[in-house]
Design a protein around this ligand. Structure first.
Ligand code: 13P
Ligand code: SF4
Length: 314
């Protein structure tokens, strides 16, 4: 008899845990996932940490609770493993802002430039790039490129501008952006700062440069998390996707974390793509072993090269 019929009240989380051991699966979750998903994951991390975990795992099945480009990166690193994504529609506005045909033309117009590309892009864009980076390692990677080597940075214009300011390197920027990080309201954040004068503004470098000017600390998701653990302040206004606040509260339960607001009319600090994933969809994708990431081998090999380069350089 089916085990689910014997124990009708068995919770979804228990069912997922059972399937996980039956399948020898690992669940990787990005910090922007719903709290209940973060709580059942084997590893929670930012884009770089999750790519490293995906490379190191000895599980047969990777369940990627994140967005499509992240699951695709896991597949590029693990061609023989089954890589499942709970919702195939979990895309990314930033990845979509860089169509391969236009990027190819952009590269052809600038043949002397190398392309350092943010991991938030499709496999086709990775295959057209020289080195992949994440928000955690971009500075380190750029600092290793010879001074006289011109660079294209794609697809995020905000992260690109931030890196130009940080490294002093001129770079040709692709004009893409993340809908979540561009939607924060500078006006409402400044009002919050007046209301909570002791709260520090911490921000992800995908935010606009005018917002970053007000930030007390700028860093990738994992760097923001490390910062609040070490810093002495008691409260923070958090300008990145609100899912990270779950780990911040766990790491520093005595501190206060205020999600940075977007305009009055929307809750734009929630990534609509990340939030497509649910516990139910995770269970279903494991049970049915679909949707799975499938990739053409020739494309995979071309996309693998710049990812390996990133892992070597970071
Ligand atoms: P990191 O995970 O590198 O901080 O990037 C944030 C992001 O937007 C992921 O989609
Ligand atoms: Fe893409 Fe922005 Fe969502 Fe990250 S937060 S997945 S960059 S749309």
């Amino acid at each position: 008899m089916n085990e689910d019929n014997i124990k009708p009240n068995k919770s979804l989380t228990e069912k997922i845990a059972n399937l996980k051991s039956q399948m020898n699966a690992v669940i990787l979750a990005h910090y922007y996932q719903e709290s209940e998903i973060q709580d059942i994951a084997d590893f929670i991390g930012d884009s770089l940490e999750l790519a490293r975990r995906a490379k190191a795992t000895d599980a047969d099945v990777i369940v990627f609770a994140g967005v499509h480009f992240m699951a695709e990166t896991a597949k590029i690193l693990n061609p023989f493993k089954l890589v499942l994504i709970p919702d195939m529609e979990a895309g990314c506005s930033l990845a979509e802002s860089c169509p391969p045909a236009s990027f190819k033309r952009f590269r052809e117009k600038n043949p002397a430039h190398i392309a350092i590309t943010y991991i938030n892009c499709s496999a086709e864009i990775k295959a057209l790039s020289d080195i992949i980076c994440t928000s955690s390692n971009a500075e380190k990677i750029i600092s290793q490129i010879p001074e006289d080597q011109p660079i294209i940075f794609a697809p995020d214009r905000n992260l690109g501008r931030y890196l130009i300011n940080k490294t002093g390197r001129e770079m040709l920027l692709w004009d893409g952006a993340c809908i979540v990080h561009e939607a924060f309201s500078e006006e409402r954040i400044l009002k919050l700062k007046l209301e909570f004068p002791d709260a520090k503004l911490i921000a992800h470098p995908e935010c606009t440069d005018s917002l970053l000017l007000h930030a007390d600390y700028i860093g990738s998701t994992s760097k923001l998390l490390s910062y609040i653990k070490e810093d002495v302040s008691e409260s923070y206004i958090v300008a990145t996707e609100s899912g990270i606040i779950h780990q911040m509260q766990k790491a520093a339960p005595g501190k206060t974390f205020i999600p940075a607001p977007s305009s009055e009319s929307c809750e734009c600090n929630n990534c609509p793509y990340m939030k497509l994933n649910t516990l139910e969809k995770i269970y279903k994708c494991m049970l049915e072993r679909t949707p799975e990431i499938v990739m053409n081998e020739e494309l995979r090999l071309r996309a693998l090269k710049p990812i390996e380069k990133m892992l070597e350089m970071s």
